[in-house]
Ligand binder design. Structure first.
Ligand code: ATP
Ligand code: MG
Length: 261
């Protein structure tokens, strides 16, 4: 995670969680994050609390499968919304750089020209030159979707074979699947419509996922053949991984007062 100026003492038990909140509030003040984005974060962070704010074994399996899918794809697109831009714009740009064949597209539920531009600027600050989905002029609409997220770039999501949609709404995930695209999501809620619909659902916090994805893709780039990557994808079972994630949350330990101190 990109460091920010924080008032949270480093030894605070919820240090990372509070720093993430500060980043989102900063993103909100800068116009990147919508009011609703702050609330959506609250839903996510409650699940993260149950996970112990750690990347779990099932999440690592999903990250491995996602890395293999990314490497096998011809036209992967990384979809970026306000929360994703506020939390990990730099890491998304690094991932895009590593993948080479990919593109980054701004796609917003609460789309305004201003937020679109602010998010594009945030990505530009991280060195990204080509940003899709900006400027409503040439955008197309994906079928059966009412929200603003139906607007997609004809050079990006419209023709992508794989779409990375972190922190996504269920309607659009379902619409993308109906268009026969492979979908990878990052969603702390293993019960969301997005999680159950995507091909690979990484039940973990996006701030931990993207750096781990980068490491995993670098590893496979050096060590794995195409056949091995195909093997990882075909042996992956998303439903099973979601169940395992939920089991971890269910068995989340209740701490005693003295352990909390
Ligand atoms: P769905 O529409 O898929 O049924 P939803 O309506 O509950 O889900 P949305 O607001 O559409 O949720 O999408 C946001 C999702 O992102 C939520 O499931 C939330 O748990 C998750 N989320 C929020 N912040 C993070 C984060 N930092 N990392 C990972 N997931 C997050
Ligand atoms: Mg939703």
């Amino acid at each position: 995670m990109t460091p920010i100026k924080t008032f949270v003492p480093k030894n605070h038990p919820r240090y990372f969680s509070l720093v993430i909140r500060e980043k989102l509030v900063e993103g909100f003040k800068n116009g990147l994050v919508a009011h609703e984005g702050l609330i959506a974060h609250g839903r996510g962070e409650s699940f993260d609390y149950l996970l112990g704010e750690k990347t779990t074994e099932p999440a690592l399996k999903s990250i491995d499968a996602a890395s293999a899918l990314f490497m096998l794809a011809d036209r992967p697109v990384l979809s970026v919304n306000g929360n994703t831009a506020a939390l990990c714009a730099k890491e998304i740009c690094e991932l895009n750089y590593l993948l080479k064949k990919s593109a980054v597209e701004v796609n917003l539920f609460y789309r305004t020209k201003k937020r679109e531009e602010l998010i594009a600027n945030e990505l530009r600050k991280c060195g990204l030159k080509k940003i899709l989905g900006v400027g409503t002029g040439n955008l197309r609409e994906i079928p059966e979707l009412e929200s603003n997220r139906r607007k997609v770039d004809p050079e990006g999501i419209l023709i992508a074979d794989l779409v990375f949609v972190p922190l996504e709404d269920g309607d659009r995930t379902i619409a993308l699947k109906k268009m026969n695209k492979k979908v990878i999501t990052v969603d702390l809620n293993p019960l969301s419509r997005t999680s159950v619909t995507a091909d690979v659902s990484i039940v973990d916090n996006i701030v931990r996922v993207v750096p781990q994805l980068i490491k995993c893709i670098e590893y496979h780039g050096k060590n794995s053949t195409k056949k091995e990557l195909q093997g990882i994808v075909s042996s992956y079972n998303n439903d099973e991984v979601l169940r395992e994630g939920l089991d971890i949350m269910r068995s989340s330990k209740m701490l005693t007062a003295s352990e909390h101190k």
